[in-house]
Ligand binder design. Structure first.
Ligand SMILES: Cc1ncc(COP(=O)(O)O)c(C=O)c1O
Length: 392
């Protein structure tokens, strides 16, 4: 046991230490950052070595569609931070999600999925997996009874996203995973909103954790990527078939950018949490704001559940307004410190007025999604107020 291992033995690792402390690897000659292995293949000195690697070393880099040391370094850090055994990185969050789902089901199987899931994930089930005879039911994730009623004899997967990323609804993760286990189904979760810093779904029985690293993990709005984290056995299963065959892998360049982002993830999340809550609380006091959907506000219907299963909150939330869509879009035009654009998790504040898809009938008026970046939150609040004054 090394000195550091002796000091940390038995203690829960501090997230900021996990992301900055690399085990020294002599292959890199003491380089502090892991170099970008910008290569498609890795060669061997002898044929015997090559044969041994093929037969015995599944993690040995041979070809970058399988293993690349720059990507593997990121995978190790992400697995450790999220508390899983192993991780695989992908070209995008959707590549991780689609590959992992394809690995869990076959023709005739059924998926229970939360109804407010991320739009493209919903489309994957509705328009794509149905081509291969995979069935699905969308269930209101806020109701365990609705989730239970959605289960069929052929259910093989529960797909969760908590909180969801438009109205920020939660699922009771422990209750859902117990239900899934009782019917022999796996549970996957999209954990992008909470990040590994604020939610550990493994502790609540989830089998596979997915993230779009394009958001908080990358953190600088300069990369698109995804990750799946789980047990050796489950990641091994995904790895052997769908990962290698579909080939939606992360490049070493993206892994390098993502690793740089990851180094400050816990630090940034502290600031995002403070900024997001401060602006959300201020929004609740404003006229033309009917309701603020932020799981960290006591007014959120699942505030208590959120406190039980999350240790903090990120800074993407939404509000409903009594202003018509065209007026609220003009309001967005008047904002000086918010850019208009999709995505979130970077340093910059963003605003969108999404068209609500099926499953959002409860909203009383147009929904505005705000992403609060690293700017001074008071400045953002003043900005929001001045834009309201201009349009009302
Ligand atoms: C909650 C959530 N999950 C997954 C994704 C997909 O990630 P990517 O855009 O990296 O494919 C997104 C992207 O916006 C998202 O918001």
């Amino acid at each position: 046991m090394s000195e550091t291992e002796k000091i940390t033995a038995g203690r829960t690792p501090d997230p900021q230490t996990v992301v900055v402390h690399d085990k020294h690897d002599e292959r890199h000659q003491g380089s502090v950052t892991v170099p970008q292995y910008q290569t498609s293949l890795f060669s061997f000195a002898t044929y015997a070595e090559f044969d041994h690697a093929v037969a015995e070393e599944p993690d040995r880099p041979m070809y970058s569609r399988g293993n690349n040391p720059t990507v593997q370094q990121l995978e190790q850090r992400l697995a450790e931070l999220q508390g899983g055994d192993k991780a695989r990185c992908f070209a995008s969050g959707m590549a991780a999600i689609s590959t992992a789902i394809l690995a869990a089901v076959r023709t005739g199987d059924h998926i229970v999925c939360v109804s407010q899931v991320y739009g493209p994930t919903r489309k994957l089930l509705e328009n794509f997996l149905t081509k291969f005879g995979v069935e699905y039911t969308f269930a209101d994730g806020t109701s365990l009874d609705a989730v239970r009623s959605a289960v069929r004899a052929n259910t093989k997967l529960f797909y969760l996203e908590s909180p969801t990323s438009l109205l920020f609804q939660l699922q009771d993760l422990k209750a859902c995973t117990e239900l899934a286990k009782s019917v022999g189904a796996l549970t996957y979760i999209d954990n992008t909103w909470a990040t590994p810093c604020f939610q550990n779904p493994f502790a609540l029985g989830v089998d596979l954790v997915l993230h779009s690293t394009s958001k908080f993990i990358g953190g600088h709005s300069d990369s698109v990527g995804g990750v799946a984290i789980g047990s050796e056995e489950l990641i091994g299963r995904i790895n052997e078939s769908e990962y290698l065959l579909l080939g939606g892998v992360m490049t070493p360049h993206t892994a390098s950018l993502t690793m740089r982002g990851l180094r400050t993830l816990p630090l940034r999340m502290e600031r995002f949490e403070k900024n997001g809550l401060r602006v959300a609380e201020a929004m609740e006091q404003l006229s033309h704001v009917l309701k603020v959907h932020h799981p960290g506000l006591p007014s959120h219907p699942q505030f208590e559940l959120g406190k039980e299963q999350m240790s903090g909150y990120s800074s993407l939330f939404a509000f409903e307004t009594d202003l018509p869509v065209d007026v609220i879009k003009r309001w967005a035009d008047h904002l000086e410190y918010f850019r208009i654009g999709v995505s979130w998790g970077g340093y910059e504040s963003l605003v969108t007025v999404p068209t609500l898809p099926e499953g959002y009938e409860s909203a009383a008026g147009p929904v505005v999604r705000l992403y609060i970046g690293l700017e001074d939150p008071q400045l953002l609040i003043e900005d929001i107020k001045q834009a309201f004054e201009k349009v009302t």
